[in-house]
Write a protein that binds this ligand. Structure first.
Ligand SMILES: *Cc1c(COP(=O)(O)O)cnc(C)c1O
Length: 391
């Protein structure tokens, strides 16, 4: 574990109702047992390989590289089953739930991607599944609601607050407090009370491990490794492969949205302050009275008011540099990758690509690895709305 007593530096912890503390302690213990079990590790590896599609390739994007003057490599998490890195976490945690003898899983979802990935893993392992989703999100993301239902999940629509992700998270915690005996809560990013950030980072670290192996075999590590940061799971999974390689620059890209003004972006580290959010201490976008502010990003998966505690720590220590890319630059990168490489990226991942393209001058001649966290099929409606269908 990279966390010490549940903390990354001063961030992390368990800021939850007292009744959950024994459940979190048991979860940590069982997670460590799970990691020690060769049989279970092999089972996980088997599903990752034959079901999810690992290892994913590292692809040299030759056309973009020629045009922009640096060598761009893409870690192709977009090729995974269900279209993004989220399946790494949900299969891992669903196996952990079974290992703990639990027959039911719950999850929160905003755009629906984590809900679909959880419902998929639940179907695979025969677990009962409830996914909490705010009404506003459920109406915006109807195809994902349909997918979850087809997969056998119960979609519980939350009608309180703004009826979006944070309300869905609250509802999931309420369920868990009452159901923890037979239920595991599959948190969707490297956030929440300890040990969740550690568990999610572990299941996602396969991204960085595979990438490091690829470059080691090729004879040299990349100069820079870039990933987008929402709650922080694909990025921490990638960064963990390179944290000890001091020569590798690590860059986390947050959603710059429309502007740096409150309500216009989702850059928790860049524009937020320290605060307690969803059970841990980290960086959060909140106002002077500690209310969570509205957030905005063109990409639904980055539209989140907090980021994981390990990122907060990596920011303060300076090992990872956090920056942001706005909606417009992410869209430009989306179109560049689509037209030049024939790869339609998720709008989330387009932020990471956008950073590389923006920095082309300072990256000239260098080897750059970008985590392509997911595919963009899910974003067609947004793209049409932004471009008037003329793209
Ligand atoms: C959900 C999602 C993200 C953001 O979540 P992280 O936990 O920060 O990785 C990024 N990319 C894609 C494709 C997603 O679906």
């Amino acid at each position: 574990m990279r966390a010490h007593n549940g903390f990354y530096g001063e961030y992390g912890g368990q800021f939850v109702t007292e009744t959950l503390v024994p459940a979190l302690d048991r979860l940590e213990e069982e997670f460590l047992n799970f990691l020690r079990s060769d049989e279970d590790r092999e089972r996980l590896d088997g599903y990752m390989r034959d079901y999810a599609g690992r290892p994913t390739p590292v692809y040299f994007a030759e056309n973009i590289s020629k045009k922009y003057g640096f060598d761009l490599y893409l870690k192709r998490e977009d090729l995974l089953h269900t279209g993004a890195h989220k399946i790494n976490n949900t299969i891992g945690q669903a196996l952990l739930a079974r290992f703990m003898g639990k027959g039911r899983v719950i999850a929160e979802t905003g755009a629906g991607q984590h809900g679909v990935a959880t419902a998929t893993a639940a179907a695979l392992f025969g677990l009962r599944c409830t996914v909490y989703m705010g009404r506003t999100d459920a109406e915006r993301q109807l195809p994902n609601v349909r997918r979850m239902k087809l997969l056998g999940a119960q979609v519980s629509v939350v009608e309180i607050g703004q009826m979006t992700l944070k309300d869905a998270v609250s509802a999931a915690y309420r369920d868990w407090v009452a159901s923890v005996q037979d239920t595991h809560y599959i948190i969707g990013s490297a956030i929440g009370p300890h040990p969740f950030p550690e568990i999610v980072a572990h299941f996602q670290s396969v991204i960085g491990d595979e990438s490091r192996v690829f470059f080691s075999r090729r004879g040299g590590l990349p100069d820079a490794v870039i990933a987008c940061v929402g709650g922080g799971s694909n990025s921490i999974g990638m960064f963990r492969g390179f944290l000890d390689d001091r020569g590798v620059e690590l860059v986390g890209v947050e959603a710059g949205g429309r502007s740096p003004l409150p309500g216009d972006n989702a850059a928790s580290i860049g524009c937020g302050i320290r605060g307690i959010f969803q059970g841990c201490l980290s960086y959060v976008i909140q106002n002077g009275t500690f209310q969570i502010e509205d957030v905005h990003s063109v990409s639904a998966g980055l539209d989140y008011a907090g980021t994981g505690p390990e990122h907060a720590h990596l920011h303060d220590t300076g090992r990872v540099r956090y920056t942001s890319v706005d909606d417009a630059a992410a869209l430009t990168a989306f179109h560049e990758l689509t037209r030049l490489e024939g790869i339609i990226p998720a709008l989330e991942s387009s932020h990471a690509v956008g950073y590389a393209l923006r920095q082309a001058e300072s990256l000239a001649g260098k080897t750059v690895l970008v985590n392509l966290s997911g595919r963009g099929d899910k974003d067609m409606d947004i793209i049409d709305a932004m471009t008037g269908g003329e793209s």
